[in-house]
Design a protein. Structure first.
Length: 186
């Protein structure tokens, strides 16, 4: 059904965030009253993914963050990087990146737990991460004081191009850069 595919394509194209199959189904039902099986929607999305995988297009349709989104292909990264650098907002500070990585790997986690790991106050870093929508509050802990629990957001998954937190690299796979002084022993 070509009409179905073009409507799905339009929905994904205009969305600022990945669109789930359920959201697509809900939109089509609201507008047209169509009851479409999720398998049919996924089949149309697969056809669109095949179409946009061709070299004729500078972008592709990818499944990320539990939904689908059009993204520019990797070979155009350098060109777009220049534009994005010109328009980029301030980058995250080292303390914000450290805080974000702790939250990503330990989630759900309280601010006190993050501070215990980092050894310093992280009020400012948590506030900046909340403002940039990279983390979100996901309830309260059962411990004394009922501290807020923080988790990474969909924006975090979109930014890093992952489907879920399970796709984060294992800590054992991350190799720190080694600093050596002098000449290496032979």
């Amino acid at each position: 059904m070509q009409v179905l595919k073009t409507h799905i394509e339009a929905l994904i194209f205009v969305a600022e965030q990945p669109v789930s199959v359920d959201e697509i189904s809900s939109c089509l039902k609201s507008v047209f009253g169509w009851e479409i099986a999720n398998e049919e929607i996924v089949a149309s999305i697969n056809e669109l993914q095949t179409k946009y995988s061709l070299d004729d297009f500078a972008f592709e349709l990818l499944e990320i963050a539990e939904g689908y989104q059009f993204l520019t292909k990797k070979e155009y990264q350098a060109t777009l990087g220049v534009l994005l650098q010109q328009k980029a907002q301030k980058r995250l500070s080292t303390s914000a990146l450290e805080t974000l990585s702790i939250i990503a790997y330990k989630q759900p986690v309280t601010k006190a737990d993050v501070e215990r790991i980092r050894g310093v106050n992280c009020d400012y870093a948590v506030q900046k991460l909340l403002e940039k929508d990279l983390i979100e509050i996901k309830g309260k802990s059962e411990g004394p004081g009922k501290a807020m629990l923080f988790v990474t957001s969909r924006t975090f998954m979109e930014y890093f191009g992952i489907k879920s937190v399970k796709d984060l690299p294992e800590l054992k796979d991350i190799q720190p850069e080694t600093n050596t002084i002098g000449t290496p022993a032979e």
